[in-house]
Design a protein around this ligand. Structure first.
Ligand code: ZN
Length: 464
């Protein structure tokens, strides 16, 4: 049994240990007691003091010696939360203390029995008595908690740093400086299982507890920039907007190898992102590849989806031929794998400024960053065994028979790739899909005329 006074003084030493922890030092604390009174305190401080000898015991002994005006601390007792090391035990013996009381044992460096016992050596020590294990659990807990917290912080820092994989590229931030109309802060995730460390970027605008979340999925070769005109309208209506950049696009990491990409992998990433962000009451907003992939998502987690805004896209089921317009696009891409994206945007959207067209090119400073734009056109499922074809067929069934949400279709009419005919066919397989909005001035990248579409969507989905 420990005496009440031993417990009392050990608690004072523990207070010193906690102060050390707060200063970022390994939490060890000490007090020196003479005639029942604390005459000195000390806490571990080697980091701040740049001093390997700045142990709690040394600090307390130095202070006690100053108080007494004597390097000999006759009649004094040292209370310390951790078994003293060889240095401190040596100092204790030099100071001729009456008694040392410690808390937790220190199996790696303890010199009061754990590694060696300097107090037992009669050649070194004649008078210092030793008591161990006073409030041992509490003293050990302070240390354990400190190291656990340190590990947690380091893990968080590692996670926040999103180290770049050797087989991937990351577009420098400078490429994205001052893009017209795109002012939202980036959000990153790299610990979704499917990402295997690749860093995915997404926009997350508006309140997390909003009654509706617009999930905006872009296509090839666009990125979340394509939604810059729609996002403010949704946000203005009090909704949350989440707009990821598919891996290989925008501010997301870009695998060097084309073979890294597959339909089902991109779909898995999106599903895991939805789960991670716990998106509820989602209005799915899709165009181009955003629809090829996005239209296969709600059947996996139907309870999360409440609405659909579908713009020039398709379900690539592999059992109906792809449109002639798409085949022509695919051929163009095959012949010009590194086609000029800014020029493509300017051609289809004459109202865009030069800077806006350039913003579409921003994610791709060189050919090395373009694996995704090269591989996406041939990755569209075009036969029943193609990756994604069976999923798209299941999705067709889902939209036809199991979809209970509200839908809205907007068609950029002059789009030669996925225009009116394709969208008419798609409309037939979306249950209760009303007459589409027809945008006579919008091309393939319908979102460039997105303000009016977003405004209609806000009206359509009001009260959902
Ligand atoms: Zn020490």
């Amino acid at each position: 049994m420990n005496s009440e006074s031993d417990l009392y003084f050990m608690r004072l030493a523990l207070e010193q240990a906690r102060l050390a922890a707060r200063a970022g030092e390994v939490p060890v604390g000490a007090v020196v007691v003479k005639d029942g009174h604390v005459i000195a305190v000390g806490r571990n401080a080697p980091v701040a003091a740049h001093d390997p000898t700045a142990h709690a015991e040394i600090a307390a002994l130095r202070q006690a010696a100053r108080v007494l005006g004597n390097y000999r601390l006759d009649g004094c007792e040292l209370f310390v939360t951790l078994e003293p090391c060889a240095m401190c035990s040596g100092a204790v013996l030099h100071a001729r203390l009456d008694r040392v009381v410690y808390g937790a044992i220190e199996p790696r460096t303890g010199a009061a029995g754990s590694v060696v016992n300097l107090f037992e050596n009669s050649q070194l020590n004649h008078q210092t008595r030793l008591v161990g294990g006073v409030l041992a659990q509490e003293c050990a807990d302070v240390l354990r908690h400190f190291f656990q917290q340190k590990r947690d912080t380091q893990a968080l820092e590692r996670k926040a740093a999103h180290p770049l994989r050797d087989d991937a590229l990351r577009t420098p931030d400078a490429c994205f400086a001052e893009l017209p109309g795109y002012r939202w802060p980036p959000h990153y995730v790299s610990d979704l299982p499917a990402l295997q460390g690749l860093r995915m970027h997404y926009l997350d605008v508006g309140p997390q507890e909003a009654s509706l979340t617009y999930l905006c999925l872009h296509g090839n070769p666009a990125w979340s920039y394509v939604y810059r005109k729609m996002i403010p309208v949704f946000a203005q209506a009090g909704c949350r907007v989440v707009a990821p950049d598919l891996i290989g696009f925008g501010k997301s990491d870009k695998p060097k190898r084309e073979s890294a990409h597959s339909f089902s992998w991109h779909r898995d990433v999106l599903l895991q992102l939805i789960e991670r962000l716990d998106l509820q009451r989602v209005v799915l907003v899709v165009q181009d590849w955003g629809g090829l992939l996005g239209l296969t998502l709600p059947m996996a987690v139907p309870q999360r989806f409440a609405g659909l805004v579908v713009m020039n896209t398709a379900l690539a089921t592999g059992d109906v031929p792809l449109s002639p317009g798409f085949l022509a696009w695919r051929e163009m891409c095959a012949k010009n794998p590194d086609f000029d994206i800014a020029r493509l945007m300017a051609r289809g959207n004459p109202q865009l400024s030069q800077q806006e067209c350039a913003a579409y090119m921003a994610p791709f400073p060189d050919k090395g960053h373009r694996a995704a734009t090269r591989v996406f056109p041939p990755m569209v499922p075009d036969h029943p065994q193609a990756d994604g074809a069976a999923l798209s067929q299941q999705a067709r069934h889902f939209w036809q028979y199991d979809w209970h949400g509200r839908s809205m279709m907007a068609v950029g009419m002059p789009d030669p790739v996925l225009g009116w005919d394709t969208m008419q066919a798609l409309r037939k397989v979306i249950r209760n899909c009303p007459e589409p909005l027809q945008l006579l001035d919008a091309g393939h990248f319908v979102q460039e005329q997105g303000e009016s579409i977003a405004q209609s969507a806000v009206d359509v989905f009001q009260g959902l």
